[in-house]
Design a protein around this ligand. Structure first.
Ligand SMILES: C[S@@+](CC[C@H](N)C(=O)[O-])C[C@H]1O[C@@H](n2cnc3c(N)ncnc32)[C@H](O)[C@@H]1O
Length: 199
């Protein structure tokens, strides 16, 4: 089953499933990560649109996702927001010209995109040279016990949800050609991190 079909299947309960993490951590992290953004912003894997309320005024936001059902939820959230455009699109094949956006944002997406380096290369391509990428992601820890556990449960989590819990996301960002400027550990040592990078 494709990742898009999996998210189509859980779109109706996604916000409910995510609610405890949203309440305890994500909403605060989202607000902090998006503070200060301005200009043309591309959000890749916009999902049900949970970040939309946190973009500062002055942001012109384009959100893409390849799950139509997740986008339906995002469209409801975006009602009345005239600075938001939502499009069905694959992160690995972004349909924008080079150097289009001032910022690219992903939150909890690079764990489920089938080829994260390919998607990251696309994000780098559409970013302006002076632009910036902001990511909130969970990834493989540098702690040996945590990474052992992540490796252990990864096959089961992939089978059930399509999500990879042991991706080396900071390394993938660098492999895609970005210069990492900031990595902030957020939760469970360095499993959840905020990353800011330049193309
Ligand atoms: C865990 S959800 C996160 C949603 C949202 N960013 C958030 O913070 O709540 C991952 C999202 O990435 C989307 N996604 C996964 N692979 C994708 C791809 N190749 N192209 C576009 N979207 C993708 C999924 O459809 C899903 O909506």
């Amino acid at each position: 089953m494709s990742v898009a079909s999996k998210y189509d299947g859980i779109a109706y309960v996604y916000d409910l499933m995510d609610w405890p993490m949203e309440f305890l951590f994500y909403s605060r992290w989202r607000k902090e990560a998006l503070l200060g953004l301005k200009g043309r912003v591309l959000e890749v894997g916009v999902g049900t649109g949970k970040n939309l309320e946190y973009y500062p005024q002055g942001c012109l936001v384009t959100g893409i996702d390849n799950s139509e059902r997740m986008l339906e939820k995002a469209r409801k959230r975006a009602e009345g927001m005239n600075n938001v455009t939502l499009l069905l699109m694959d992160a690995e094949h972004l349909e924008f010209p080079d150097n289009t956006f001032d910022y690219v944002v992903t939150t909890f997406v690079l764990c489920s995109v089938p080829d994260p380096v390919k998607a990251l290369k696309e994000m780098r391509r559409v970013l302006k040279p002076e632009g910036e990428m902001v990511n909130l992601e969970h990834m493989r820890s540098s702690n040996r016990l945590l990474s052992w556990y992540e490796d252990l449960i990864n096959p089961l989590i992939i089978a059930v949800t399509g999500i990879h819990v042991n991706r080396k996301t900071v390394e993938n960002i660098e492999i895609a050609g970005f210069r990492v400027k900031e990595v902030k550990n957020l939760l469970i040592k360095d499993v959840f991190r905020k990353v800011r990078s330049k193309p």
